[in-house]
Structures are given as C-alpha cells and as structure tokens.
Ligand binder design. Structure first.
Ligand code: NIG
Ligand code: FE
Length: 422
C-alpha cells in the first residue's frame, strides 16, 4: 500500500508503547526512539514508522515526500484536563494571590471560580465560542491535537449546556478533537450556599439525564475539596453518574486530602486529578485500582505552592500517570502544554521519556481514545507534533520557549512555522 505522504529525515521519533492500557511504574520510562526516521501517512492514518529511508513498497508515484530535517516528532500532544470554555479573566485576583491570600479564601469571598461563573453566565454563545477558539489556537501552536474540556462555570443548566455546546462547536470548526466532561459540581453556586446536598441532587436528577440525552459529555467530574464538595457528596454524585453511563474523574487531594482518592479507587474512576497532597495510602489505592493519576504541575506553580504531586513515589508504587495543563482562568491560566511537560521534569522529577508517555499514550487512556491516538501504531490517526529539536530530550531541557513548529491533524498540516493554517 502506498503512502499519501511521508515525513522524512526526522532527527528522532518518539514512539510510545501501547500495551492496551495506560503505562505504569517502570513502563513509563520505556519507549522506542527512531533515529533519522520517517512517518508514512495514508488517508489521514499512520501507515508506517521507521528508521532511515522509507521502503520502496510504500512509495508510489503520487507519494509526497516532506523533508523534516532538523525536526523531532512525537504523537500529537493530548491535553487531558482543561477548563476550556469560560467567560472573563481573573488577573484582578493576581495581586491578592501575590499578597498571600489563599485560593480557597478568594473562593469563600465569592471570587475565584464563582467570579468566572458570573462572567460565563453573562457571556453569549458567540462570545464564548470566539474566546475558546482563540485559546484552542494557542494550544494548537504549542503542539496539542486533542483536548479534554470540562464544564463547570455555569453551575446551572442553561450555562452548563452553553459551555458544553461551545466545546462541541469547536470540534466542528477547528482541527482538534474535544472530549467533554460534565463538571457542574465545580463549586457550590451562590443560590445553594446553604444547601450543597440539594445542588448535588439537582445535578443527579435534572442535569445528568439531559447531558446524556443530548450526548454533550462522556465523563463526569467533581471538585472534592475542603469547603467545596465532601467525599460523601462526591461518592453520591459519581455513583449516580456511573449508573447513568458516565465515565468518572475526580479533582482530589489538590489542596487538602479529604478522601477523594478513596472515592476514585472505590468507584473505578478513569483518572484522579491533581493529587498534590496525596498520602502514601492514597497512592497504593489508586495503583491497585488502576486509576490514572493526572498531574497538573503548573497549577502548583501558579498557586505558588511547593507541594508538587509526588510523581516519583507514584511510579515507585507502579501507578500510571498523565500530565496536563488544567488550563483555566484562575489556578492555571496557560495554553502551553510544553511548560507543563518541562515542570514534569523540573518539579515532578520525571524523565523526558516519562513525560512524553504522560502526554501521549497515557493521556490517550485518560480521554479514552487510545484506540485512535496516543502512539504511532499503524491505523491510528496521523496526529503528529514536530519540534525544532535535535532529539526528544531537547524540548524538555530548553524551557519556556515554544519549540513546536508544525502540527499534523488527521494527516493534514494544520500548524506551519508556528502559525495555524486553515
Ligand atoms: O482544577 N480545582 C478546581 N478547579 C480548577 C480551578 C478552576 C478555577 O480556579 O477557575 C482546577 O484547579
Ligand atoms: Fe481542574
């Protein structure tokens, strides 16, 4: 079978192993590295990957050879945790943060997530769409080809629905796959300040069935945190969501450890997010229950904390981990997944191979798309990120600079010389 196009002369190609489940522990330090490689694409899918000159058998008269001298390739990067769609911004809280006011105290005063809720409720669909499209373009030029998107800045049906529909619309117009997570349980809305249980019931009985019926999201998530939702409330919501056919995630052990990891392990969540203050026992439980730890080191950075998730300890206990941005207007305003990857090394003390597995194959399992993305196995989507780099170590070492020059989505060039092309 002939390729439509072949990327040739790649310095190095990072090829994760797809074992049919997320890589865990020592496996995360393993991958195949192709030197002077090629990637052959046919009808938007991977046809072959190898070293040296591509074999004659895949080169036909119409095959286009694309010289990639100076570039290093990875599978398209997957940002598996974002709060993508929101109104307004929160730079007004930055000075407070710099003066030492805590994130949860800002929320308690009606700011933080609740201030974004007010702005998101007030925004029109078009305003939200335009803002999200701009953010996605920033993510794309940093090498992302798939993004998970949570709702959670509506906290009422009308606005949660609006956010989820914006995320769907993005996928129709921009070269990115969007996987949606319903997260109405992101904060206690002002209307339910004295009755959070009532809000959980409202989500279970009124909102989840509508999300399902309209196919607006496939995952359900909750912020299990001191002063937000308890472990008991999280258990109740996620149990109900599982019964209604949702896959589960949970924001757990971000600032205080209040039992979210127990809930994740008990209910077999696909992923547990943050885990900055996870206990040794929590690590054991997640490892045994095959819950992927989704680590968000730029949130620790942006909250100006020193409690980075204990990534090495997690790997020592044979856990699977992913890394993602947590892109949101409050605790992590960024669109640059490369910075997160670099923090994966600098702060979480992961190796470049572990980091790259975390944002490719393991992130593909976080979004439940490993059948089609996350590695260069034949037949997967030809989603490819090219770095201006001599090898895979370089983009982790040369930090805070966008080294992605080109991106292919479904075999089409969508970012060229650091610009999105339409
Ligand atoms: O993952 N922790 C809860 N949610 C987000 C923050 C959202 C916000 O501050 O707007 C997070 O960090
Ligand atoms: Fe988050």
């Amino acid at each position: 079978m002939h390729a439509d196009k072949v990327l040739i002369h790649l310095n190095q190609i990072f090829c994760p192993n797809d074992k049919g489940r997320a890589l865990r522990g020592k496996e995360m330090g393993e991958a195949r590295l192709m030197e002077q490689g090629y990637i052959a694409i046919q009808e938007g899918k991977i046809l072959a990957v190898g070293e040296g000159t591509p074999p004659d058998s895949i080169i036909g008269e119409k095959t286009k050879l694309i010289d990639c001298t100076g570039k290093t390739a990875t599978p398209g990067l997957i940002d598996s945790h974002t709060h993508l769609v929101y109104g307004g911004t929160r730079e007004n809280e930055f000075a407070k943060k710099l003066n030492g006011v805590a994130y949860l105290d800002i929320l308690k005063e009606g700011g933080g997530i609740l201030s974004t809720v007010r702005a998101t409720r007030a925004a029109t669909f078009q305003e939200l769409y335009d803002k999200t499209a701009k953010l996605i373009e920033q993510m794309l030029v940093h090498g992302v080809t798939t993004v998970e998107a949570k709702s959670g800045y509506g906290l009422n049906w009308e606005t949660e629905e609006k956010q989820l529909k914006v995320a769907k619309e993005i996928e129709h117009h921009l070269p990115v796959d969007v996987i949606s997570t319903f997260m109405a349980a992101h904060a206690i809305p002002e209307e339910y300040r004295t009755n959070p249980d009532g809000f959980i019931d409202l989500i279970i009985t009124e909102m989840l069935p509508k999300v399902k019926e309209q196919k607006l999201a496939e995952f359900c998530d909750i912020f299990c945190e001191a002063g937000v939702f308890t472990a008991e409330q999280s258990r109740k919501l996620l149990q109900a969501a599982a019964l209604q056919g949702f896959k589960l995630r949970i924001h757990a052990d971000e600032i205080e450890s209040i039992g979210g990891t127990d809930v994740a392990a008990e209910l077999g969540a696909v992923s547990a997010e943050h885990l900055m203050v996870i206990t040794d026992e929590g690590i054991e439980k997640l490892s045994r229950a095959n819950v992927i730890g989704n680590l968000l080191p730029a949130t620790t950075f942006s909250l100006m904390e020193d409690t980075y998730a204990p990534a090495r300890k997690m790997l020592d206990h044979d856990m699977a981990i992913a890394l993602s941005t947590d892109s949101n207007p409050g605790s992590c305003p960024t669109a640059n997944i490369q910075f997160i990857m670099q923090l994966g090394c600098f702060a979480d003390k992961l190796t470049p191979i572990e980091v790259l597995n975390a944002v490719t194959i393991n992130a593909a399992y976080v979004v439940d798309r490993a059948d089609s993305i996350g590695s260069f196995d034949k037949g997967k989507k030809a989603d490819i990120t090219l770095f201006d780099a001599p090898n895979i170590d370089y983009p982790l070492y040369f930090f805070a600079t966008n080294l992605v020059t080109d991106v292919y989505k479904n075999g089409e060039l969508v970012v060229k010389n650091r610009q999105v092309i339409q």
